[in-house]
Design a protein around this ligand. Structure first.
Ligand code: SF4
Length: 511
């Protein structure tokens, strides 16, 4: 372990951290650009930050697995915001002071740097390492990152006897008190990581060379630009990609698109002239507006006023927050609705959002029943989540089975005419998700102006608000969540209006 004095001598420009290793192993150009970026460059996308922050509660909960209360070396934070200097110094001091269980310790060795969720000292002086995962299984990507952590711990001078992944036992059902020993599954993966260490060392050598380059390495675009997040340097590296590139094609795997691209087939036009059989895809993505008047009329005949346009948001917490709940069980916390009494009356907006940290389900059910009474049709886009949530509410509150079953029976899926090709616009590019359909039916509206831009981000944000340590403006964030859900449900009205227009009928007006 470095001393506090020689920590000051570390040249952090040369250091490879766990996230810079992950970045560089996917694309060395990304590592170079990130290390040499201007301060204004966009960092991890908002959704990625929310996911990381939401997982902090689970890591904190795993502290209960140790008989001794872990010594907190640093609060969990995003790596880019971390004060590495202070956290390595705090870890060094904790070890010198004889602490035996460390929470979030940070290590430096041989120009490598990492933190880890927990370390526990054995009597022999070696250490057990622990990584908490918000999943039931561990991906290859997680194993690679863990190998980097193992290697860095060794380089910093620690002897590691076991390396555990703490994953979630999704069979566990919460009683009044959370039983952390039943919730977490402990698996020692040290033998696997030891085997992965040799290729990891070879990658580190390559990354060290990248960091010494005067200019960014030439790396062609690839799938790594898009996964796990859109790379922040994409607008620069993808400048040469034409507007009508094969990447615009939908329902084609990324792998296939990059195969075409790498074989010189870059535009949809070139694909049409090529040997590749993609004609059906092209006719769909470049096709004209299409309306099946008979089919669409038949679909619309099932919709009866008053109608309710309805959308839910739910989260799936790894830590069961309430009695009787299993890990990753769906918990609804928000719905938004526009109620329309008749086609010539403007719709009225309604919403319900739970109070963070309290079980929202009963209030959600009661408000839903109230808003759905006195309507004949409930219009939902792709109602799989909504139906699953309502069935869960029936199991939880059987006293409301009649009212909730009636709600299910009134649901009509507005995505049906789009999925069945009874209504199609070229701007949908063959996709039927609301995020693609809404801009196609109403170009003036999209999610870019919103603080929350996806259902996933909404559920992560709500989970963060359920953490007693969160530092968010709760009232503001709850409003942001409602705004997001309102946009989804506004989209439903616009889709319905697009169908009405296509049939030459009057539409729902907000004025
Ligand atoms: S956009 Fe692609 S090629 Fe460019 S730095 Fe990012 S991952 Fe690398």
């Amino acid at each position: 372990m470095p001393t506090r004095e020689n920590l000051k001598l570390i040249d952090f420009k040369k250091v490879i951290s766990r996230s810079s290793y992950g970045r560089g192993s996917r694309c060395s150009k990304s590592l170079w650009l990130h290390r040499n970026r201007s301060k204004n460059t966009r960092s991890l996308p908002n959704e990625g930050k929310l996911i990381k922050l939401a997982s902090n509660q689970l890591v904190d909960a795993a502290a209960q697995l140790f008989q001794t209360e872990p010594f907190l070396c640093a609060r969990l934070s995003l790596e880019e915001n971390k004060d590495w200097d202070a956290s390595v110094a705090a870890t060094t001091a904790a070890i010198e002071n004889g602490e035996t269980v460390l929470a979030n310790p940070s290590f430096y060795g041989n120009d490598l740097m990492c933190d880890i969720h927990y370390l526990q000292k054995n009597k022999s002086g070696s250490w057990k390492a622990f990584i908490v995962k918000s999943s039931t299984k561990v991906s290859d990507n997680s194993k690679e990152k863990a190998t980097f952590q193992l290697h860095t711990l060794k380089e910093s001078g620690l002897k590691i006897s076991h390396f555990y992944f703490l994953t979630i036992n999704n069979k566990y059902k919460r009683a009044e008190k959370l039983d952390h020993h039943q919730l977490f599954k402990k698996t020692d993966i040290l033998p696997t990581l030891n085997k992965l260490e040799a290729p990891l060392k070879a990658t580190i050598i390559k990354l060290r060379k990248t960091l010494t380059l005067e200019q960014a390495p030439e790396i062609p675009i690839g799938e790594y630009c898009l996964s796990p997040y859109n790379c922040e340097f994409k607008s620069n590296c993808w400048k040469h990609v034409p507007k009508d590139s094969v990447f615009n094609l939908r329902r084609v795997s990324r792998e296939t698109k990059f195969k075409w691209w790498n074989n010189g087939i870059q535009t949809i036009n070139e694909l049409q002239q090529s040997k590749y059989e993609a004609g059906s895809l092209l006719s769909e993505t470049q096709g004209e507006k299409y309306v099946d008047q008979l089919g669409l009329t038949e679909f619309m005949s099932h919709i009866k006023f008053p109608v309710l346009f309805l959308d839910f948001e739910a989260y799936l917490p790894a830590l069961p927050p309430f009695i009787g709940v299993k890990p990753f069980q769906i918990i609804p916390f928000l719905f938004a609705a526009y109620k329309c009494e008749s086609i010539d009356q403007p719709p009225s907006f309604h919403s319900f959002i739970g109070t963070p940290k309290k079980d929202p389900r009963k209030q959600f059910a009661l408000h839903l029943i109230e808003k759905c009474s006195n309507v004949n049709s409930i219009l939902v886009y792709d109602p799989m989540t909504e139906k699953k949530v309502i069935r869960g509410l029936i199991r939880e509150f059987p006293e409301y089975v009649v009212e909730l079953e009636i709600i299910i029976s009134k649901i009509i899926d507005l995505a049906i005419p789009i999925r069945n090709k009874q209504f199609y616009l070229p701007a949908m590019k063959g996709l039927s998700s609301m995020k693609h359909v809404l801009p196609a039916v109403d170009a003036s509206n999209n999610y870019n102006s919103l603080s929350v831009q996806s259902g996933r981000a909404a559920s992560q944000l709500y989970q963060i608000l359920c953490d007693e340590h969160h530092d968010r403006n709760e009232e503001q964030e709850l409003d942001n969540l409602i705004e997001y859900c309102k946009m989804d449900v506004y989209g439903l009205v616009q889709v319905y209006n697009a169908f009405l227009k296509a049939l030459g009928r009057p539409i729902v007006s907000f004025n």
